[in-house]
Design a protein around this ligand. Structure first.
Ligand code: SF4
Length: 398
């Protein structure tokens, strides 16, 4: 498995596959053809259907201003649902081209070239093998991470955590209508401030966690800087839990960084053995993964053992199986923003079940990931980030 740093990428929203990945692809392509005076980028598959709402063209044009962006919605035989064809020109003459795939979480792959993220860091390929390694070496998951990763990991996690907190704080302070034409108001600030009369501690906790998740997701919808965790669409789940734990419950920052590391490990196992792309396997791969990562993070913070961490991640994923991706108008707003808040609360419920019942479980984390991947491959294309089905369709028909 690769480094967990590939799970957390800092970039502009609203979509890791549709803005962070294409932006990164444009940067690489621009570097290859510094003499080019114009470009053409053809977007296929999910990028062509929801790229307009997600701002894919805008992300590419911010790097390559003199570019004709073409949305090709008719080509169907694609090597990946998020395929782009970049071509560079000088005085009308073609200099070269490259097919680039946005493979989820802001990562890209250039056709017939090794990926920039191909370096193997973890010998285990799945969660079971990681547990075996830990028990052979009498270490915990955290020790394994710090033994195998580069010494710069801690500093990277610190930068990631700062960016996550900044997104929460900007989102809590902002008001107004989100861009894109759906007229969705920002709601994080009012949720944060709206304490009800006689509010119980449980309601306060859920309200605050939801407010933090809304804050980050609204920043994402506004095309501001967020951290893929593991994607932009699901970027509010982990920060909301960790922000609550540090700022409202008093957990120290060093423990928050450890929790972020374990969450990254869970995301890493998912992206290695399945996918984290809504265009490939639906929202279960985005929100389900984030929920699972957040559950593992919270279980780590609470000092639970490795089996409990795994079970919490498994429960969180299992009950997101089959979740479809159907963003209205191709915007990462409805159902995405509320979905982040609900997933954060579900992550904590999963930890609570795991804490008490981990010795009775029947399904491993690896099994639920395999199930998710197969479910995603079986999913009708309408429900894989095309905005052709579900809420997107119902809303259009109104
Ligand atoms: S529905 Fe889920 S997968 Fe689809 S854009 Fe929204 S958050 Fe991402």
């Amino acid at each position: 498995m690769k480094s967990i740093t590939s799970v957390y990428k800092i970039g502009n929203g609203p979509s890791s596959s549709h803005t962070v990945g294409p932006y990164h692809a444009a940067q690489i392509f621009a570097g290859r053809y510094p003499d080019a005076d114009s470009y053409r980028v053809v977007l296929y598959g999910s990028l062509s259907f929801t790229g307009e709402g997600h701002g894919t063209g805008k992300a590419i044009l911010s790097v390559l201003p003199n570019t004709e962006v073409v949305f090709d919605r008719s080509t169907v035989d694609l090597p990946h649902p998020n395929t782009m064809l970049f071509t560079a020109f000088k005085e009308g003459r073609e200099l070269g081209s490259a097919r680039i795939f946005s493979i989820g979480g802001g990562s890209i792959r250039i056709e017939n070239e090794p990926s920039e993220e191909d370096k193997e860091v973890y010998p285990p390929k799945n969660f079971t093998e990681m547990l075996d390694l830990c028990s052979r070496e009498h270490i915990g998951l955290l020790q394994m991470i710090y033994n195998l990763e580069d010494a710069s990991l801690r500093g990277y996690l610190k930068t990631v955590w700062r960016a996550m907190q900044d997104a929460v704080e900007r989102g809590l302070a902002a008001e107004g209508i989100l861009p894109g034409g759906l007229n969705v108001p920002r709601r994080a600030k009012s949720l944060y401030e709206k304490r009800c009369y006689n509010e119980s501690a449980d309601v306060t906790m859920n309200r605050l966690i939801a407010a933090y998740a809304f804050a980050v997701s609204e920043e994402n919808a506004s095309e501001h800087v967020v951290v893929t965790a593991p994607t932009c669409g699901s970027c509010g789940v982990i920060p909301s839990i960790l922000y609550y734990m540090q700022h409202d419950r008093g957990f120290p920052e060093n423990e928050i960084l450890d929790a972020l590391a374990v969450a990254g490990l869970v995301g890493n196992v998912i992206r290695t053995n399945s996918s984290i792309s809504g265009a490939e396997c639906g929202c279960q791969e985005e929100i389900g993964s984030a929920c699972s990562m957040a559950a593992a993070a919270a279980a780590t913070l609470f000092g639970l053992n490795m089996d409990q961490v795994e079970y919490a991640a498994e429960i969180a994923m299992e009950h997101n199986l089959g979740l479809t991706c159907d963003p209205i108008g191709g915007l990462v707003q409805i159902p995405c923003i509320e979905r982040n808040a609900v997933a954060a609360m579900r992550a904590l419920s999963s930890v609570n079940i795991s804490r008490f019942l981990y010795t009775t479980r029947k399904i491993s984390f690896d099994e639920v990931i395999t199930t998710m991947y197969r479910t995603g491959l079986d999913m009708n294309e309408k429900y894989r980030e095309t905005s052709h089905g579900g809420l997107a369709q119902i809303y259009r028909e109104k």
